[in-house]
Ligand binder design. Structure first.
Ligand SMILES: [Ca+2]
Length: 303
């Protein structure tokens, strides 16, 4: 069930588009559903907290697993919907919450819009926002099959995972994969200060410079992969994990999301760091949350 009102910041407006602006010819053509073999190992999870929920650092050991090389794309999700007729939560009638404005009783989802002096909100409930129309009915994913799918609630990501025979990563798996065996933190910029991930350059939330070539989502594979060969573990879109979190203002259980998005800025929260985590209501997708999958290499059942 969607605890939409718990967000507080949501109000109703028409959709507002945040299109990529860069030519995407330099982006890698990545195979659909490509998986990367992640070796068993141990790592230090968490940090001395920049935010209280990120610490303390602790040792975590993991078995070998496979993880998606890139975020699940619109094209991949479209194949699932075509095969199954699946309807995402954003396409279904929302729960009839007491006191909800009439618009919030219509199918829709949460969309970011830069605040203005007249309207300081930055999250909006947009009727008709869903994975095919991430910012609202006037927006379309036509021609954007290589972008990460968004407006996906946790249940939607689970449904896709079940269909394809895989699982959502735990937070431990996700963070281990994001750190990629290194001791130094992966950085969103190179030594010369040039962005090497799709995050937010400028002054969040009012001045998006788009120095990385994108003011919104980028197709997967536009930035160099990490040392494990994984793309967009910094930014582009946040990614669901199967790990539960707690959020006092949530109207329903929350799950941990990881990696930050095109909306994560150094001046605001820098939540593209591997240890960073946010707690997202399970039933609420946004235009900056997607997912990737893991294969836990389960042994075949005995014959
Ligand atoms: Ca990501």
């Amino acid at each position: 069930m969607r605890g939409l009102l718990a967000l507080g910041l949501l109000v109703m407006v028409a959709g507002c588009e945040t299109e990529p602006t860069a030519p995407v010819s330099a982006c890698a053509e990545l195979a659909a559903n490509a998986m990367v073999d992640i070796p068993a190992g141990s790592f230090t999870m968490g940090e001395d907290p920049q935010n209280p929920e990120e610490g303390p650092p602790r040792k975590v050991s993991l078995k070998r697993f496979f993880i998606s090389a890139h975020e699940v794309t619109n094209a991949e999700f479209a194949a699932f919907v075509k095969a199954t007729g699946y309807k995402t939560l954003a396409e279904r009638d929302p729960p009839k919450l007491p006191g909800a404005p009439p618009e919030m009783l219509q199918p829709g989802s949460a969309v970011f819009q830069a605040p203005t002096q007249e309207n300081p909100n930055w999250w909006y409930w947009v009727v008709g926002a869903q994975w095919r129309h991430p910012s609202g009915p006037a927006d379309s994913i036509a021609g954007r099959g290589r972008e990460p799918v968004v407006q996906i609630a946790y249940e939607d990501a689970q449904a896709y995972a079940k269909w394809i025979g895989l699982e959502l990563p735990t937070e431990e798996q996700w963070e281990y994969a994001a750190r990629a065996g290194g001791t130094a933190l992966p950085e969103p910029v190179d030594a010369a200060g040039k962005p090497q991930a799709n995050y937010y350059q400028g002054v969040f939330p009012v001045k998006n410079l788009g120095t990385d070539g994108f003011v919104g989502r980028a197709p997967v594979g536009c930035f160099k992969p990490n040392a494990f060969g994984l793309y967009d573990m910094i930014g582009n879109v946040w990614e669901w994990t199967s790990t539960s979190g707690s959020r006092p203002d949530a109207g329903e259980p929350a799950k941990v999301i990881k990696g930050g998005s095109f909306l994560c800025a150094a001046n605001y929260c820098a939540r593209y760091r591997p240890a960073a985590r946010q707690f997202q209501e399970r039933g609420l997708g946004t235009d900056h949350i997607g997912f990737r999958l893991v294969d836990n290499i389960k042994p075949l059942p005995p014959r």
